[in-house]
Design a protein around this ligand. Structure first.
Ligand SMILES: [Mn+2]
Length: 345
């Protein structure tokens, strides 16, 4: 049996920080990706698709997105098995395609090709109903580690049962592991929806045969949110900063949403030309720079300057009664202000 395990698709989610135009483009891309997910699943002969919760972001998903999703599911024609997550608890699932199987309180299992898929079932009930002669796959949505999470799931109590695979949803990064010799995985979210979800996104391919269970992550989403840090300490010109930033951005693709964070210290004679840097580097779907770099101030050199306003300022602060840390902070901000720079407040 060949299974495509996904979760946390969050259809209808928006990144409100993006312009309306970019939001629309991203939404269209997600629609296209949903169609191609099920088309690929069909072409590559997956037997079933599992969706472990948070398929919808809220109960109000635009009709066009829903119609596109249901059409893709229908086209796949084999079972698409779904359990609800905390985001789609209240979603109305009335007009769904025939091959879309919902596991909930009313229907706790679904059997296909000698494999039983279980969802929304307590460990006790599962223990009473499980049939060892078949393959058994448990689907859960929740946090298995953090007991304080409202959606905590106590996985341990299921792990003495004869399960072949546990498909998890809720945590948005993918993770494959084994406990008590049972293969378990979080597929992670299919798309990311912000800079708090960086890295490549995709699904888990699970192969089940008489010898065991094998699974691996398949990168699928065409874009990622990427955060790249660039320490400009020691760079003496705009050209140097630009080439360092280019080097650091090497792993980013044109379809990515990229945040470049400048850190470190730059010398007084080095100009960063941030807007030029932004336009020289902006080969991405979305690009932003966050400048956290600070001016490196050679206090001794400034103080030795004659008839200098900056020198007068530093001496004034130095003779004050604040402690050293406060004095340094005042000097840093004062010199930045005198240069007309952004203040590192
Ligand atoms: Mn989620």
């Amino acid at each position: 049996m060949k299974i495509l395990h996904t979760a946390d698709i969050h259809l209808g989610a928006k990144n409100i920080k993006l312009s309306q135009d970019k939001q629309t483009q991203l939404r269209e891309e997600q629609n296209r990706l949903i169609s191609s997910l099920f088309e690929d699943a069909y072409q590559k002969d997956y037997d079933v698709v599992l969706i472990c919760g948070d398929l919808f972001h809220s109960k109000n998903v635009p009709a066009r997105i829903l119609a596109n999703f249901y059409k893709a599911v229908e086209h796949f024609s084999r079972p698409v098995i779904y359990i609800k997550g905390n985001h789609d608890e209240k979603f109305d699932l009335t007009s769904i395609p025939k091959n879309f199987v919902i596991l909930d309180d009313n229907k706790q299992s679904f059997e296909y090709n000698n494999t039983v898929f279980w969802g929304e079932i307590s460990a006790q009930e599962l223990a009473n109903n499980i049939d060892k002669t078949k393959s058994n796959i448990l689907m859960l949505h929740g946090d298995i580690k953090n007991k304080n999470d409202r959606d905590f799931v106590d996985l341990q109590q299921y792990l003495s049962l004869p399960l072949n695979y546990v498909a998890l949803g809720h945590i948005h990064s993918n993770e494959i592991f084994k406990i008590n010799n049972i293969d378990i995985a979080y597929s992670g979210s299919l798309f990311s929806n912000g800079f708090d979800e960086t890295g490549r996104k995709g699904y888990i391919e699970v192969l089940l045969d008489e010898n065991g269970t094998y699974e691996h992550f398949v990168e699928f989403c065409s874009y990622s949110y990427m955060i790249v840090t660039c320490d400009i300490t020691g760079k003496s010109s705009y050209k140097d900063i630009l080439s360092l930033a280019k080097e650091q951005l090497k792993s980013c693709k044109p379809k990515d949403l990229v945040r470049l964070i400048l850190t470190g210290y730059y010398s007084e004679d080095c100009e960063k030309y941030l807007s030029m840097l932004e336009s020289d580097l902006s080969n991405y779907f979305y690009f932003e720079i966050i400048d956290k770099s600070k001016l490196m101030i050679d206090f001794d050199k400034i103080k030795s300057e004659e008839l200098s306003f900056k020198a007068e300022f530093l001496l004034l602060v130095e003779n004050g009664e604040d402690d050293e840390d406060v004095k340094n902070k005042i000097c840093q901000i004062g010199i930045e202000a005198l240069r007309g720079d952004d203040l590192s407040l």
